[in-house]
Design a protein around this ligand. Structure first.
Ligand code: 8DG
Ligand code: MG
Length: 140
């Protein structure tokens, strides 16, 4: 179990890259944990699902898109006090379908340079940093 005494909730987190280099964000419904904040779409890995299967399922459920290719970006463990999360974060580099907020959530395609202006859950700072670094690296 990774040597950790704490049981983290395993979450598939998708940094979805658009054709123009923008990133797809979704607003978390107010009544949920970290409600009202912007997030990278995704959700809890169920049972013994692989991360690939969980990501594909979550992005189909939340956005009605099909993941075609993804690559690992960063693993973030965060303790919210009442809940501990393991954000297993991947860049979704190819998908099919037209995204829509299936659960009524607001969506936004955001240029990477504007990500720091968005209010994310507390655990997300390392993800935002990694996306900035990833975007810079791929433009070299
Ligand atoms: N998807 C996502 N979850 C995040 C991010 N940052 C962050 O702290 N989280 C946390 C919030 C939640 O505690 C957890 C994800 O759970 P969730 O509520 O979205 O799970 P889910 O989509 O499977 O939904 P549910 O039906 O099980 O409630 O991870 C993020 O950027 N994206
Ligand atoms: Mg979710």
């Amino acid at each position: 179990m990774g040597g950790s005494a704490i049981k983290h909730i395993h979450v598939a987190v998708g940094v979805i890259l658009g054709a123009d280099g923008r990133i797809l964000l979704a607003k978390r419904p107010e009544h949920l944990h970290m409600g009202g904040r912007w997030e990278f779409p995704g959700g809890k890995v169920e049972g013994n699902e692989s991360i690939q299967v969980a990501m594909a399922r979550e992005l189909k459920e939340e956005l009605d898109i099909e993941v075609k290719a993804m690559e690992p970006l960063i693993e973030v463990r965060h303790d919210y006090g009442d809940k501990q999360v393991f954000l297993d974060t991947w860049c979704v580099t190819e998908f099919a379908g037209k995204e829509r907020g299936v659960e009524g959530q607001e969506l936004a395609w955001v240029p990477v340079s504007e990500l720091p202006e968005y209010h994310f859950p507390d655990a997300n700072q390392p993800i935002v940093d990694a996306v900035l670094k990833y975007a810079n690296a791929s433009h070299e």
